[in-house]
Ligand binder design. Structure first.
Ligand SMILES: NC(=O)c1ccc[n+]([C@@H]2O[C@H](COP(=O)([O-])OP(=O)(O)OC[C@H]3O[C@@H](n4cnc5c(N)ncnc54)[C@H](O)[C@@H]3O)[C@@H](O)[C@H]2O)c1
Length: 319
C-alpha cells in the first residue's frame, strides 16, 4: 500500500512536461512537491522540503550526507537522467537509500544534439545565423563530414546511437571504452581502439564518458596536445571530464579548429567562464536531453521505479 506517501520532484518542468507521470503518482495517492525554481535546488531549499519525503525524482541538485541526515523517511532517489555524479551513491547506500537512474532513456535526444553540434561547429551555423541577422553577408567556409574519422570516447548508450546515426554520413568511426561492447561495435562497424589512438587519429572527438573520479579532467592540456591539429571537439557528457582552461588554450592557440560544449565544470556556467572568451566555440546550456520525448519517457520511468519500490512488485535494482 503506497497511498499517503510524498515524493519531491526536483527535476524542472514537471507540471508542464510530465503530466502522465504526475498522474501515475496521483492515481496511487501520492502527494507531489514540485520544484518551482526552474533550476537545481540549493541545500537551503531542499532543507525546507525533505523532512517528510519518502522518495525523490532528482534533477542535478546535490544529494549527499548533509541532505540524507535531514530526510529520515527517504527510501529511494530516482534520478531524472543518467549521470549520478550529483548523488553520493555510497553514502546513500549507507543510509539505506536506493539510487536508480533512467539509463538509456534520454540517449536518443543526446545523440541527436551531439550530431547537431558537430555539424553546427563544422559549418559555422551559429555565427552565420548571427551574421545574417545583423545585416551582414559573411559566408564563412566550413568543413565537410564525409570521409572524416570520428573518435568517440566512451561507447555506451549515447555513443552507440551517435555511431548508428553517423553511419549515413560516410565517416570512419572508432571508439574507446574501458569495458568495450565488442558485439555492438561490430554491428555498428566501429573499431574499438585505445584512448590514445582516438586522440591522435580523429578529425572529430566526441566525449561520451561517465563523470567519475578516474575520468575527472580526462581532457586536459596533455590530452588536448595529443589531438590532431585542426580537429573538432564535442562534449555532451559532463563538464568535469574537461579542464576548461586547457580547452580554452587549445582553442585560442588554433590547435583545435572548434569545439561544441553542452556541459560545464560549474553549472549554470558563469558569464566569466574562460570558454566564453573564445570565438571558435559553440555553447548550449546542458540541454542535450531537453526534448518533449525525453521528458515523457524519463518521467514515466522514474515514477514507475519509485512506485515499484514501494509496491515491491518489481523493485528496481539500485546502482
Ligand atoms: N548533456 C546531457 O544532457 C546528458 C544527458 C544524458 C547523459 N549525459 C552524459 O553522457 C555520458 C554518457 O552517457 P550514456 O548514457 O551513454 O552512459 P553509459 O553508461 O551508457 O555509457 C558510458 C560508457 O562509458 C564506459 N566507461 C565507464 N567507465 C569508464 C572509464 N573509466 N573509462 C572509459 N570508459 C568507461 C562504460 O563502459 C560505458 O560503455 C555520461 O557522462 C552522462 O552523464 C549527458
Amino acid at each position: 500500500m503506497t497511498a499517503g506517501r510524498t515524493v519531491l520532484v526536483t527535476a524542472t518542468n514537471y507540471s508542464k512536461l510530465c503530466t502522465e507521470s504526475k498522474k501515475l503518482f496521483q492515481d496511487s495517492g501520492w502527494k507531489i512537491i514540485e520544484n518551482g525554481f526552474g533550476r537545481p535546488m540549493t541545500f537551503d531549499e531542499l532543507q525546507d522540503r525533505v523532512g517528510d519525503i519518502d522518495a525523490v525524482v532528482a534533477g542535478v541538485d546535490t544529494w549527499d550526507e548533509s541532505v540524507f541526515k535531514i530526510a529520515p523517511k527517504l527510501k529511494i532517489i530516482s534520478r531524472f537522467g543518467v549521470g549520478v555524479d550529483n548523488i553520493d551513491v555510497e553514502t546513500a547506500r549507507r543510509f539505506g537509500i536506493k539510487v536508480t537512474n533512467a539509463a538509456g532513456r534520454n540517449a536518443n535526444a543526446v545523440a541527436e544534439l551531439t550530431i547537431g553540434l558537430l555539424l553546427s561547429a563544422m559549418r559555422n551555423i551559429p555565427p552565420l545565423h548571427q551574421s545574417v541577422r545583423q545585416g551582414n553577408w559573411d559566408r564563412f567556409v566550413g568543413d565537410e563530414l564525409i570521409g572524416r574519422k570520428v573518435g568517440i570516447l566512451g561507447f555506451g548508450a549515447i555513443a552507440q546511437k551517435v555511431a548508428r546515426k553517423l553511419s549515413g554520413f560516410g565517416v570512419e568511426i572508432h571508439a574507446y571504452d574501458k569495458y568495450p561492447n565488442l558485439e555492438a561495435a561490430q554491428k555498428l562497424n566501429v573499431a574499438m581502439v585505445s584512448a590514445e589512438t582516438i586522440l591522435q587519429d580523429s578529425d572529430i572527438v566526441c566525449l561520451l564518458l561517465p563523470s567519475l573520479k578516474e575520468t575527472h579532467h580526462f581532457m586536459n592540456a596533455q590530452t588536448f596536445a595529443m589531438m590532431k591539429d585542426g580537429a573538432y571537439f564535442i562534449n555532451t557528457a559532463r563538464g568535469a571530464l574537461v579542464d576548461e582552461k586547457a580547452l580554452q588554450g587549445a582553442l585560442t592557440s588554433g590547435k583545435l579548429r572548434a569545439a561544441a560544449i553542452d556541459v560545464y565544470e560549474v553549472e549554470p556556467a558563469a558569464v566569466d567562464n574562460p570558454l566564453f572568451q573564445v570565438s571558435n566555440i559553440i555553447t548550449t546550456p546542458h540541454t542535450a536531453a531537453e526534448t518533449y520525448e525525453t521528458y515523457r519517457a524519463v518521467g514515466l520511468h522514474t515514477a514507475q521505479a519509485i512506485l515499484d519500490e514501494f509496491e515491491g512488485v518489481h523493485p528496481p535494482k539500485g546502482l
